[in-house]
Design a protein around this ligand. Structure first.
Ligand code: ZN
Length: 228
């Protein structure tokens, strides 16, 4: 294991200032080519938050990694749980039925059923999604009696990963948009409306899937492969 990285408060402040300066400069530049750099800078800032040893400093510069997570959980709490999937087999069946729908396959051609592993959560407090960049497989782990909305939440992480890898926060506006779209498409408009209302009440920002860069890229790729 590599040794834990420690830096002093002064160096840390200096790095934070440099990152802010670069971020500000990038914000005033036009064009999409700078977006990748912007993401790199953001990721660097989050890393610095993580390695800061001093609690006061950590609070002064809170992590921006996952600002929407708590709000999103609250919004999901507004959705009526109509079915609870009590076993791994039930969760697997629910997942597979979404993966095999035409609309899903058209949008996420690389998320084929064989790329998914469904497992029982190691600790009983949280369902999780893990992507393996090497194999491009996704492991979804569920707690007991996780409802179908949780299956969609973890699947939305796989979709978000397919479009954006790890360049953005896991529960950002694009993620919320994908989750809403999965909910409407699979559980119907009435449940989708409950989730959308939950977003508004909890203050969750979301970007409609049709307006996302990942959607535009997926459409472009589909057109290319369909060209004879
Ligand atoms: Zn999540």
């Amino acid at each position: 294991m590599p040794p834990a990285l420690r830096i002093g408060a002064e160096e840390w402040e200096y790095l934070q200032e440099r990152i802010q300066t670069i971020t500000d400069a990038l914000e005033h530049q036009p064009g999409d080519t700078l977006k990748d750099w912007e993401w790199e800078i953001k990721r660097l800032a989050w890393s610095l938050h993580d390695i800061a040893q001093d609690n006061e400093l950590r609070q002064k510069y809170p992590s921006r990694r996952d600002a929407q997570r708590a709000k999103l959980y609250r919004a999901e709490g507004a959705v009526e749980r109509r079915s609870r999937l009590t076993t791994v087999v039930d969760q697997q069946i629910c997942l597979q039925s979404v993966l095999r729908q035409d609309w899903f396959r058209a949008w996420f051609p690389e998320l084929t059923p064989d790329r998914f592993v469904v497992a029982r959560a190691k600790t009983q407090d949280r369902s999780t999604h893990d992507a393996d960049p090497a194999t491009r497989n996704h492991v979804l782990s569920f707690v007991d009696a996780a409802p179908d909305t949780t299956v969609l939440h973890e699947l939305a992480h796989a979709c978000h990963y397919a479009w954006y890898q790890r360049r953005t926060a896991p529960h950002d506006a694009n993620f919320a948009g994908i989750l809403l779209w999965l909910t409407v498409s699979y559980l119907g408009k009435a449940v989708g409306r409950q989730l959308a209302q939950g977003y508004v009440t909890a203050g969750v920002k979301f970007t409609h899937v049709h307006q996302q860069p990942g959607y535009a890229d997926a459409r472009a790729a589909a057109k290319l492969t369909n060209t004879p």
